[in-house]
Ligand binder design. Structure first.
Ligand SMILES: NC(=O)c1ccc[n+]([C@@H]2O[C@H](COP(=O)([O-])OP(=O)(O)OC[C@H]3O[C@@H](n4cnc5c(N)ncnc54)[C@H](O)[C@@H]3O)[C@@H](O)[C@H]2O)c1
Ligand SMILES: [Zn+2]
Length: 362
């Protein structure tokens, strides 16, 4: 039962990856806690609410349903949930449990971060993406009309409880989208994870329990390590954005409708594998191995109408742009990346064009 520890300057908390991880929930609730509020969506509650109930072992709680969807990951939803909490008698001793995908985790975490200036949250992520990424690291927030995740707060949870069993009900496309983030973890920091993902794709896709647990644990280990070294993304945490600069541009260019986040990241990773090769940070062989591994997890949605020029034009407005400079995370080898802010735009265009060409139907 692997348990990892995230340690930031002010907090220290466990991330437990194991079948039945929720069973330890009660142990993470502070002794003096008041009311418990479970933020979730109906689909997750219908499929897995019993697990949560039995984890709480007869303890009283209220369920706060959030309708779900990126378009509802908004301040208005946080406010509505907060009003409901007040109606139900919440106070400073209340605790939020975020039980759902990354949207529930981000929004429930943000609710906890600002409710009465901050109450604790426990993260119980139920999508692969949330398990390997969103739930670990304390980033919480909501979208503005102007852009995704533009308001938010760092609010580290008391604990993150990751039960791979809940993934059994996840739609296959959501699962695959999460696998691209796992692959990312391999590329940025774990040759062993990368080898597993590229060599055993059929077992991973078939959700063989042992391998699923292993790849989640290894991804969490990397995320926990990176976040512990750099909570607020001043330095090394940026490497988690591997594939995300161009991925975010693609999500925006397709109005967040055609691709899931992980799929957009997969495209971004294809583009930066070419970019690494063109900029000379990685070998052709490694670039090809990375692209093969991405391909092993299935086709991406068609991208007709998207041009390299339109994607590159969007890069300057990415939230991660620092003083007008676009930072790219590029592979040096599989398992090792470097952050570069001096990449010629012509190379970025060429790499993006390559990635688009490869995905175009023959
Ligand atoms: N805070 C961070 O560091 C961080 C990192 C990455 C992504 N994110 C955020 O995460 C969000 C995306 O998260 P996501 O990909 O999990 O999407 P999501 O939260 O929308 O979940 C995807 C869908 O699956 C459903 N679902 C969840 N668990 C299920 C289960 N076990 N069985 C069946 N259905 C289930 C959800 O209700 C939803 O319809 C984005 O808003 C993104 O900004 C945050
Ligand atoms: Zn991501």
């Amino acid at each position: 039962m692997p348990t990892f520890v995230v340690e930031t300057p002010r907090e220290r908390y466990p991330v437990d990856v194991s079948r039945g991880a929720l069973r330890s929930l009660a142990a993470h609730i502070p002794a003096k806690a008041g009311k418990l509020f479970i933020v979730t969506t109906r689909d997750v509650w219908d499929a897995h609410g019993e697990r949560m109930k039995s984890a709480l072992g007869g303890r009283a709680f209220d369920v706060l349903y959030f309708p779900g969807g990126e378009e509802r990951k908004r301040m208005a939803s946080v406010e509505a949930l907060a009003e409901e909490m007040v109606r139900l008698g919440a106070d400073r001793t209340s605790v939020v449990i975020a039980f759902g995908g990354g949207i529930v985790g981000d929004l429930g975490g943000f609710l906890a971060a600002i409710f009465m200036r901050g109450i604790p949250v426990i993260q119980a992520p139920t999508t692969l993406l949330a398990q390997v990424d969103a739930a670990v690291g304390g980033k919480t927030g909501a979208n503005l009309v102007s852009g995704k995740n533009l308001i938010g707060s760092f609010h580290q949870p008391l604990a993150v409880l990751i039960d791979p069993d809940v993934l059994a009900t996840l739609p296959a496309r959501e699962y695959r989208a999460g696998l691209f983030e796992v692959l990312k973890c391999g590329i940025i920091g774990s040759p062993a994870l990368f080898r597993r993902m590229s060599g055993d794709a059929s077992s991973v896709l078939a959700m063989e329990p042992a391998i699923v647990e292993e790849i989640i644990a290894e991804s969490v280990r990397i995320k926990a390590e990176v976040v512990s070294a750099d909570e607020k993304e001043g330095g090394v945490r940026r490497i988690l954005n591997y594939g995300h600069t161009i991925g975010h541009a693609l999500e925006a260019e397709t109005q967040y409708k055609r691709l899931l986040h992980g799929e957009a990241v997969a495209f971004g990773m294809r583009a930066v594998s070419h970019l690494g090769r063109l900029a000379g940070t990685c070998s052709e062989t490694d670039a090809a191995r990375m692209n093969e591994a991405i391909s092993a997890y299935g086709a991406l949605p068609p991208l007709q109408g998207v041009t390299a020029g339109s994607l590159v034009a969007r890069l300057g407005s990415d939230k991660k742009t620092i003083q007008g400079k676009v930072h790219f995370v590029l592979a040096e080898a599989i398992g090792k990346v470097v952050v570069r802010s001096d990449i010629e735009e012509s190379l970025v265009l060429e790499a993006t064009r390559r990635a688009l060409e490869e995905l175009a139907p023959a």
